[in-house]
Design a protein around this ligand. Structure first.
Ligand SMILES: *Cc1c(COP(=O)(O)O)cnc(C)c1O
Length: 371
């Protein structure tokens, strides 16, 4: 039997080609490995049209390590971070700043509401102490898309720095650094790039990085030092995630061959549309209104079954070859289905059939369809 398909927002399903790229050992001093690092960084910058304005600083660890590194490096010790929060990853960003002892404020929006640029503008006008704004591009806890271009324009007009957690959006949703100003954009190998977990990276505006020497409270998570060392030696500071980088190189080759960001977005949008239509046919409703829904992950209201239990649904769908994702909302019972990874429409159609069969076994009867 084949391995189950991951309908999760990373780790996610990768291609055999990407997995096979890990069947080789690399020396961290080897010239070819260092060239591979440089080529990956160049390609990541190009995805955001950021070659002229930013540098790419790769970092060992999961995505959160890169978020923590970006905040610790770019926020001066006496700076203040304002986090625009409408979900768990916004809360995590604020918690990161708090744990490292930096001043942090939160502008909270409801879980199903996008961050409001007008609200941000008036908040910044009233709070001159805010030096940086932190925003989650796609809030993966629901799948909500924040209006990044508008929020970036407001932040730049107010003369503050912008730190973007684009973890679950980068390479699928467009970002153009020539028209969208940001100090830092954070993402990782194992989401829309369809690599494997183990490294993140930060696209840092050149001047912002030059000004950041000595800000970091952490040795290992200092992006200034990580970049300075790499610029000087071509090597990673400390042991690189060699196999993860090789897999990312391969995943980037596939990304470019597929047609880059527009093609990736089109495939994910097709997955999301197929999923939303299929869920509606099953009588299940999605949590977000369509105009706020990113084609990354769909939050679904749990079916109204007397003895509903996500673990049972998960096991029943897993037995049919697909991995669902639990909900992350406290007030409503939901589960999530990812649209990203090396999957396409027919995988989503099969997943919908698996979900339908599992629900039928659990006694689910779709409500009568309206005409
Ligand atoms: C996945 C994700 C992260 C990082 O999570 P890790 O588990 O540390 O990789 C951060 N922010 C967002 C929005 C994410 O989707």
């Amino acid at each position: 039997m084949r391995e189950p398909i991951l309908l999760t927002p990373g780790p996610l399903t990768t291609t055999l080609t990407t997995k096979s790229a890990m069947l080789r050992d690399w020396g961290s001093w080897d010239e070819r490995f260092n060239q591979m690092t440089a080529s990956v960084c160049a390609d990541l910058l190009a995805i955001a049209q950021a070659q002229d304005s930013h540098v790419c600083v790769p970092l060992q660890g999961s995505g959160t390590f890169a978020v923590e590194a970006a905040i610790g490096t770019l926020l001066p010790r006496d700076g203040t971070l304002l986090v625009l929060s409408n979900g768990a990853y916004g809360q995590r960003m604020a918690q990161i700043a708090e744990v490292m002892g930096r001043a942090v404020q939160t502008l909270a929006f409801a879980d199903d509401q996008a961050a409001d640029p007008a609200h941000l503008a008036s908040y910044l006008a009233a709070h001159p102490e805010v030096s940086h704004v932190g925003v989650i591009h796609c809030e993966t806890s629901t799948g909500l898309l924040n209006p990044l271009a508008e929020l970036a324009a407001v932040t730049a007009a107010a003369g503050r720095g912008l730190i973007i957690d684009s973890m679950s959006a980068f390479a699928a949703l467009p970002v153009d650094a020539r028209s969208l100003p940001f100090s830092a954009l954070i993402a990782s190998a194992n989401k829309c790039l369809e690599g494997v977990p183990g490294m993140g990276f930060v696209l840092v505006e050149r001047q912002a990085l030059a000004n950041a020497q000595g800000n970091s409270h952490s040795l290992a998570l200092d992006l200034y030092d990580q970049h300075a060392y790499m610029a000087r030696t071509g090597q990673w500071r400390y042991t690189p995630p060699t196999h993860v980088l090789a897999a990312l190189r391969s995943a980037l080759d596939s990304f470019i061959a597929e047609g880059g960001q527009p093609a990736r977005l089109a495939r994910y949008q097709d997955n999301a549309n197929t999923l939303l239509q299929g869920l509606a046919r099953l009588g299940l409703t999605s949590y977000l209104l369509a105009d706020r829904q990113a084609p990354i992950i769909i939050t679904v209201h749990a079916p109204k079954l007397a003895d509903y239990d996500f673990t049972r649904l998960y096991q029943a769908v897993r037995a049919r070859g697909f991995i669902l994702y639990p909900g992350k909302l406290t007030r409503v019972e939901t589960f999530r289905i990812g649209c990203i990874g090396a999957i396409q429409r027919h995988d989503i159609e099969q997943a919908l059939a698996a979900l339908a069969a599992a629900l039928t076994d659990m006694g689910w009867q779709p409500p009568a369809q309206e005409h």
